[in-house]
Design a protein around this ligand. Sequence first.
Ligand SMILES: Nc1nc2c(c(=O)[nH]1)N[C@H]1C(S)=C(S)[C@@H](COP(=O)(O)O)O[C@H]1N2
Ligand SMILES: [Mo]
Length: 252
Amino acid sequence: MSNISRRKLITAGLAATAGLGGVAAAAHLARRYGLIPPDHGGIYGPGETLTYAAQRILGAHAPARQFPRSMISKDPFANETAPPNDAFKRHQAVGFRDWSLNVDGMVAHPASFSLADLRSLPVRSQITEVACEEGWSYIAEWTGTPLVEVLNIVGVLPQTRYIVYFSIQPDWWESIDMADALHPHTFLTLGMNDGDLPVRFGGPLRLRVPRQLGYKSVKYITRITATDSMKHFGKGLGSASPEGGYAWYAGI
Ligand SMILES: Nc1nc2c(c(=O)[nH]1)N[C@H]1C(S)=C(S)[C@@H](COP(=O)(O)O)O[C@H]1N2
Ligand SMILES: [Mo]
């Protein structure tokens, strides 16, 4: 079956089952096509599966919504973050010159990138929105290296299904599927609104995932790992958010 007709079939199937309230049937269809998010268990599981499968079938490659420069927020809101820990303060004291991003897991060439290494890769910018699950949002210009550039350098193995990313703040870690990991607007972000990325907005390094809610854009990134399964990370639900009651997939 061609890709298009397969896609039509799944879409029609999902729409029909959703319309009938047949969430379990949608989950069955999603399972058949490997569109099961890591947090598919529990009471909200079938709903999460339906949202994720529908988004992936209908618009995995759609660009993030971009805004004109005139809409950049004058006074962007930095969400409360846990106080910087000692490890972070040691980096801050020396102007982040020793900050590194370690990339490992299912990659051909594990590597460590300094901020200077990242700046020497192709750098792009985007004017996109950070939308928090609590209802507020702001628009800013973000500058950085598309994650795909780094993934190409380390050579992600074909069986990889998720990219997991970790903050220097131990409670903050997330993962995304390959559609989002390879998306041209998913940035290792180094700059914001014509300057370096301020600490309160995640400096020196933040992963911006503008196709999803704010909590997927983790600040102070130190490690990225490629994996074919989320089973052995935390409670096996895909990231810290479902452990705290939020959806692993938070597409916008
Ligand atoms: N390391 C870390 N990353 C984080 C958070 C955090 O507290 N620590 N908060 C998240 C949440 S819930 C949101 S909505 C956004 C907020 O981004 P902002 O501070 O740029 O507004 O960052 C996300 N990334
Ligand atoms: Mo948030």
